[in-house]
Design a protein around this ligand. Structure first.
Ligand code: PGA
Length: 262
């Protein structure tokens, strides 16, 4: 039986003080959340120490939003696996569509999008770095609207899953987040049946790579405008084992309501 895994992705929001205030309020509400769910908060790296302090002795796991694939060296501005481990981080988001330069709601100059430039290959390197440092990767996959309309969704997602996980040493521990790019931050949720279909296809892709036992262990999240209003339907799907929640994880009340939808 897979445990649900629900992760808040705060993206570039919250100072250390704001993170600590959230943590203190959130900790008080955890008694209302079922024990059978793994609860993760992926904060900006700078806010992780304050968030950790505010959540001491709670069941919430810390997450990071990215890591570099080398553990140490001359890589100005990067954050490494050992650094995250030292902060008590357990999960790390890898290959989020925003880091791949693919935005659901474009707010920056399209000419500058390429600077983010995460690719399937760098995602695979980062999965290896996460495993090397005993961090659980949350690997994000998903198609843009143009790719969906061109009928490329399935091939693209299968390729993203394959490249990210084919060399994984502990693929059974990985989390995969299906996040259609056009549904991120836009208020448009993917139809529940379609989200289930794609998540089942992702599980089949994992089975093709690593066999059924691994595929049945991997947790698959849906992400993209998850809110208290749509969480119940999404969580009722057999291949959806949780969610990666952006905007609705920034407020304690809405995040707790999503956790209570399981
Ligand atoms: P959203 O973001 O919930 O704000 O759409 C989800 C994500 O990007 O992980």
């Amino acid at each position: 039986m897979r445990r649900f895994c629900i992760a808040g992705n705060w993206k570039m929001n919250k100072t250390p003080e704001e993170a600590a205030a959230f943590g203190a309020r959130f900790k008080d509400r955890l008694a209302d959340v079922a024990e059978a769910i793994d609860v993760v908060l992926a904060a900006p790296a700078l806010a992780l120490p304050a968030l950790r302090q505010s959540l001491l002795d709670s069941r919430v796991d810390l997450g990071a939003q990215d890591l570099f694939w080398v553990d140490q060296g001359a890589f100005t501005g990067e954050v490494s696996g050992p650094m995250l481990r030292a902060l008590g981080v357990k999960y790390v988001i890898i290959g989020h569509s925003e880091r791949r330069g693919r935005f659901g709601k474009l707010e920056i100059d399209p000419d500058h999008v390429g600077y983010f430039a995460e690719t399937d290959d760098t995602v695979a390197l980062k999965v290896a770095a996460a495993e090397r440092n005993s961090l659980i990767p949350i690997v994000c996959v998903g198609e843009t609207l143009a790719e969906r309309e061109a009928g490329k969704t399935d091939d693209l997602i299968q390729a993203q899953v394959r490249t990210a996980l084919e060399s994984a040493e502990r693929p059974e521990q990985a989390v995969v987040a299906y996040e259609p790019v056009w549904a991120i931050g836009t208020g448009k949720t993917c139809d529940t049946d379609e989200a289930q279909r794609v998540c089942a296809m992702i599980r089949q892709s994992v089975a093709d790579l690593h066999g059924d036992r691994v595929a049945q262990s991997v947790r698959i999240q849906y992400g993209g405008s998850v809110k208290p209003e749509n969480a119940v339907d999404l969580f009722a799907q057999p291949d959806i084992d949780g969610a990666l929640v952006g905007g609705a994880s920034l407020e304690v009340d809405s995040f707790v309501k999503i956790l209570q939808s399981v």
